[in-house]
Write a protein that binds this ligand. Structure first.
Ligand code: ATP
Ligand code: MG
Length: 205
């Protein structure tokens, strides 16, 4: 019996992929809302290894991003963190993430969670046509990004879910940290402290 009192025969597992550089409250609300609406038993946060669309950009090392994700999700009994993408050598492709999580949960129904900006690029992802059989896709609303027009998503494969709007991005959190501006309440307290303790995002030498 699930938290909402429904009976499902298969475990329902969400996958929240991201660079999480750093993880912020927008990611957490997205995962929490999808977990609630889709009656998920668990949401697995999967920090990327080398994100394919960010190869030309500096990305914080994987262990720091992984640990911030663990800190941010630790208090939620439904949230877990997976190392599959950071432990797999090379560039991260979602098709590999889905196959690895599928191998670990052979009987589960999988729900891959993306924001409105990521879903606009989804058809360019490696082996996009093979992804739909591995998981349901849920695209959550994100302030500043309208639902993708000009992108033809496959019929009935990607749901759209309106969630509370948090205009937070990791890019803005990094910029704030770099300029010693506050990041309180944009990211969980433990992540504020982790950024300070390790001097993340202060690039002056
Ligand atoms: P960056 O600015 O570095 O790209 P980001 O804030 O976009 O960081 P990502 O790690 O790139 O965070 O995003 C991971 C996933 O979370 C993506 O699917 C993205 O669309 C989604 N997402 C990020 N921020 C929000 C938000 N505020 N509301 C809804 N979805 C979000
Ligand atoms: Mg992003």
């Amino acid at each position: 019996l699930s938290a909402r009192g429904n009976w499902h025969t298969r475990l329902r597992v969400g996958i929240m992929g991201g660079t999480f550089d750093p993880i912020h409250n927008g990611h957490l609300v997205a995962a929490s809302e999808v977990a609630w609406v889709y009656d998920l038993d668990e949401v697995i946060f999967v920090p990327t290894g080398r994100p394919v669309f960010k190869l030309d950009k500096h990305v914080t090392n994987a262990e720091d991003r992984y640990l911030m994700t663990v800190i941010a999700t630790a208090s939620n009994p439904k949230f877990t963190v997976s190392r599959v993408d950071i432990d797999r050598p090379g560039v991260t492709y979602t098709i590999d993430t889905l196959r690895d999580i599928r191998a670990q949960h052979p009987d589960a129904e999988l729900f891959f969670i993306t924001g409105a900006d990521a879903v606009a690029e989804i058809m360019q992802w490696k082996d996009a046509d093979l992804m739909w059989d591995l998981a349901h896709f849920v695209a959550v609303t994100r302030p500043g990004y309208s639902s993708p027009d000009g992108v033809t998503l496959p019929e009935g494969k990607v749901d759209t879910l309106e969630i509370p709007a948090l205009a937070i991005s990791s890019t803005d959190v990094r910029r704030r940290a770099e300029h010693d501006e506050p990041v309180w309440y944009l990211v969980p307290d433990g992540v504020v402290q982790y950024i300070g303790k390790h001097g993340l995002y202060s690039y002056e030498d």
